[in-house]
Design a protein around this ligand. Sequence first.
Ligand code: URA
Length: 187
Amino acid sequence: MDYEKFKEGIKGCEKCKLHENRTQIVIGDGTKEADILFVGEAPGRQEDKKGRPFVGRAGNLLDKLLEGIGLDREKVYITNIVLCRPPNNRDPEEEELEKCTNYLDKHIDLVDPEVIVPLGSFATSYILDKYDLDGGSISSIHGEVYSVSNLQGQFKIVPQYHPAAALYNPELEEVLEEDFEKVEENI
Ligand code: URA
């Protein structure tokens, strides 16, 4: 399926209750020709307003981390595991994840990346489970490089702390910078 048709087809999604409070669905950003697919958790207030992922404070840090490895948003693709803002930025609920992850699966098929970078524990556990990989807490597996070889080809998965975590715990910014180098080494 064509990317524009995919976006058009899901923008009125009402499969879970998150549609009731959203301003708009936040599908993704960047180029579908990207070699790297970043997967965050869910849109926040700014993202819900602007219709683009990672445009608030966590997004500024993501931009800085990308810049640190010589990339910018136009060269990657960024989406979230849940495409509508949960009220008060609460964690996504099981039912919301269940209803929304097929959109992430579709993104993976369309972008067909060489590296998938899940940001934070929700995206990481979904992506590792999807490919039958053993996970663990994000604090133990951040920066690990998982290799996958299946019918779709070969690609890597490099889980990261969520950039928002570094806004609360500034020591994590340095850890993220080091872990982003693992992404650079695998493209
Ligand atoms: N945090 C996320 O996980 N995604 C966004 O789009 C913004 C903040």
